[in-house]
Design a protein around this ligand. Structure first.
Ligand SMILES: [Zn+2]
Length: 300
């Protein structure tokens, strides 16, 4: 089955399953939707190892109340966190990847895409849409690390370019929240091309005097950090996020030297002038709202 048909089929199955869970218990009686137990009641902070009640951590936007460790969150949660309620309108969700190289490593790319789609319900590692943040309109692009490690493929690149085009049409800014291992190796040169393509689109945005704010979250690496993620007019990161090009172990092996403490952390990058701000997740929306309002005045 080709990928297009596969995506349609799984989408239909998922919709059918949801509808069935809501209405049918075999006797034609209406029943409540099953409670999704995505997490156990207790979770352990990966940093300080404190045991915490899941609901409490969820309420705190997945920040550890004991040590301020910022846990990874998906695109949907990020939208809830940043966009004004009810304003996010998703675009280009119908774009789906294909497999021009028929790439196979330990598994075929097609199989990997099918598995990622079945487990996440998404056809790409990006959700892109229009929304307002504290009342200022903006194009918001968010990476989801759970889809093939947030890797940058042709669809992801195209979605970023379309977001820039929409921003230029409407004369407002773009925000990209990155969480990515880098370019998608299964698409080889097609994915590397996205680095140039997205950079060119952001250059156009810049030439019209429109702002691009780049937010780096844990982790941001490879072709993403080597292209658009570091082209922001303002580049901010979440506390403790690991950000770099190659991983620390590879660098250490290559140069044969120990790396400084805190290497590749958001705080280290701030100290060395690579980024502009480290912003707590709980202050992210307010900070973005303030910056967008300043830029919007500039554009007007
Ligand atoms: Zn902690």
């Amino acid at each position: 089955m080709d990928l297009k048909n596969f995506f349609h089929k799984v989408k239909e199955e998922l919709t059918h399953k949801e509808a069935k869970a809501l209405t049918d218990n075999g006797k034609g009686e209406i029943k409540h939707a099953p409670k999704v137990e995505s997490q156990s009641h207790w979770i352990k902070c990966p940093s300080c190892e404190s045991m915490m009640f899941f609901k409490e951590v969820e309420h705190l936007h997945h920040i550890c109340p004991k040590c301020n460790f910022h846990m990874r969150i998906g695109a949907n949660k990020r939208i809830q966190l940043l966009a004004d309620e009810g304003t996010f309108v998703e675009h280009d969700s119908e774009l789906y990847p294909n497999d021009p190289l028929h790439f196979v490593d330990s598994k075929s790319y097609q199989k990997r895409l099918e598995e990622a789609f079945s487990s996440t319900g998404k056809t790409s590692a990006i959700m892109a849409g229009s929304c307002t943040i504290n009342g200022t309109p903006v194009e918001l692009v968010i990476f989801d690390f759970s889809f093939l490690g947030g890797s940058l493929g042709s669809v992801e690149g195209e979605k970023i370019v379309r977001a820039c085009n929409r921003a230029m049409e409407k004369k407002h800014g773009v925000i990209i929240v990155s969480a990515s291992g880098g370019a998608r190796m299964q698409e080889s040169t097609f994915s590397l091309m996205q680095m140039a393509k997205t950079s060119a689109a952001l250059k156009k945005l810049d030439s019209q005097g429109l702002p691009f704010i780049s937010i780096l979250t844990d982790p941001t690496f490879g072709g993403v950090s080597a292209s658009f993620a570091f082209l922001g007019d303002i580049i901010m990161a979440e506390p403790g996020a690991m950000i770099g090009f190659a991983g620390a172990r590879v660098i250490k092996q290559t140069i044969g030297k120990d790396l400084p403490e805190g290497f590749q952390s958001a705080e280290f990058l701030l100290e060395h002038g690579s980024i502009d701000m480290v912003v707590d997740r709980s202050n992210m929306k307010k900070t973005l709202g303030d910056l967008l309002a300043i830029f919007a005045k500039d554009v007007a």
